[in-house]
Design a protein around this ligand. Structure first.
Ligand code: SF4
Length: 436
């Protein structure tokens, strides 16, 4: 395997003299004995990292050092962004050679290597469900036809117009699936949020953070009737036998990247759920949330919510609070929501943001295992944290703790908690019974 680097114009090169170097937390490293590189999955991207030079090491040695120039031209570090369904296991290794270098924008930066004319990445396929595989989203013409049909069918429905915008302007794969009558439909409903996450995709104070939000925050509040209309259409028109495999039933999920916190609209969402369940018991109604308002979680469960996914960057309260910056709620409220959902016997997932070297450091692993002993949730959705690793570790004031490796962490989770599901996507209720 060979090192990958870029020139100042962003052109990508391999360097046959040096092996690839990676990073866990703040530490440079090479691959652990049992860890593997895989061919870069279809739909992944490559980035050059501004103001950052690649790190090199002589084969078989630990003398890590920056590679500032190649053939007298300045070299930049390279990184990959792996496509959905894959969990990255190492970060790219680089040295911030320019102290003025900009904070990196919101992507999940992964290491990258080169071998026999192919790019390789330190990642594993963690969920086989194809719903967000870029390969099944190469259909803009079909999508345009479907968007035209549905916006004509629901001319008054602002949510349909929002999803039309998301599926075309943002290429949101979930919104595309709504128009293509398959898998999981995103149901954004909340302009407001009671967190101020460092890595929020829909709201950033760029002066403070140094990078922009990836998408505009929703600016209106769909009514329960607009919400129910979209979800009922999705549940009634979604086919379960779509390319390439049987997908199970349709899913509709509150809590998307383009909105705030859905629990801030729980009373309206509960009303929407009742409108839907009065007409149909088909499909899975799921809530992606920060879990901040337990009483509102109860309101939605009582209305008929099928499953809940609660997002956290860490189980450690200090790291959680420094990332989420809660407004008028506490870390303990999130635990109350999880407990409440478990007691209501609905399917509970933890959407855990993974950063190699942090999530798998000994201190975090201990916190996570204690949490899983106390809260027997059904699934961990292993989410690549999309953020500049240095910015993140600085802002949460990460105290070094040795990394055990992402692959080792997954192996330990599987052996200690055999009924715990690991993946990246919300399951449909048809598949839930297997897990309760
Ligand atoms: S909970 Fe979601 S919407 Fe709210 S700040 Fe965090 S990422 Fe943004």
């Amino acid at each position: 395997m060979e090192l990958v680097y870029c020139d100042q114009q962003g052109q990508v090169f391999n360097h046959p003299s040096y092996p690839p170097v990676f990073r866990e937390g703040r530490n440079f490293c090479t691959l652990r004995k049992n860890d593997k590189l895989i061919k870069m999955p279809f739909g992944s991207f490559l980035f050059s990292l501004p103001g950052r030079t690649p790190i090199i090491v002589d084969r078989g040695r630990q003398n890590y050092r920056p590679l500032t120039h190649v053939d007298r031209k300045a070299a930049l570090a390279a990184s990959a962004f792996v496509s959905s369904g894959y969990l990255r296991t190492y970060l790219p290794a680089y040295h911030k050679s320019n102290p003025e270098a900009p904070t990196l924008s919101l992507w999940g930066y992964s290491g990258v290597a080169y071998h026999r004319q192919e790019f390789y990445v330190p990642a594993i396929r963690i969920d086989d469900d194809p719903r967000s595989d870029p390969a099944i989203h190469e259909n803009d013409a079909l999508l345009a036809k479907k968007v035209k049909k549905l916006t004509a069918l629901f001319p008054q429905n602002r949510l349909v117009r929002q999803l039309a915008y998301c599926s075309t302007e943002y290429r949101c794969l979930c919104a595309r699936n709504f128009f293509l009558n398959r898998y999981e439909a995103p149901i954004p409903t909340a302009p407001d949020c009671n967190s101020r996450c460092l890595g929020c995709l829909s709201h950033q104070d760029q002066e403070q953070s140094g990078f922009a939000a990836s998408q505009h925050r929703l600016s209106f509040k769909p009514t329960p009737e607009e919400i129910a209309e979209v979800i009922l259409y999705h549940f009634e028109h979604t086919t379960t036998h779509v390319y390439p495999v049987k997908s199970g039933g349709p899913i509709a999920s509150f809590g998307q990247g383009c909105e705030g916190e859905p629990l801030t609209r729980a009373k309206d969402l509960a009303r929407a759920i009742r409108l839907i369940r009065n007409k149909s018991d088909r499909g899975t109604i799921n809530l992606n949330t920060n879990g901040s308002l337990p009483l509102m979680v109860k309101e939605m469960i009582d209305a008929g919510l099928d499953s809940i996914r609660i997002s956290m960057n860490s189980i450690t309260p200090d790291y959680y609070n420094r990332y989420y910056r809660p407004q008028a709620y506490h870390y303990s409220d999130v635990l109350k929501s999880i407990e409440l959902a478990l007691n209501a016997n609905i399917f509970v997932s933890l959407n855990l943001f993974f950063l190699p070297g942090f999530t798998d450091c000994e201190a975090e692993v201990l916190s996570l295992f204690n949490f899983l002993e106390a809260f027997p949730i059904s699934m961990i959705q292993t989410r690549n944290l999309n953020i500049d690793p240095d910015f993140y570790l600085d802002r949460i004031e990460f105290k070094h703790s040795p990394a055990i490796g992402t692959i080792t962490l997954l192996q330990k989770l599987r052996s200690h908690f055999p009924s715990l599901r690991l993946g990246q996507y919300n399951p449909c209720k048809e598949s839930l019974s297997k897990y309760s």
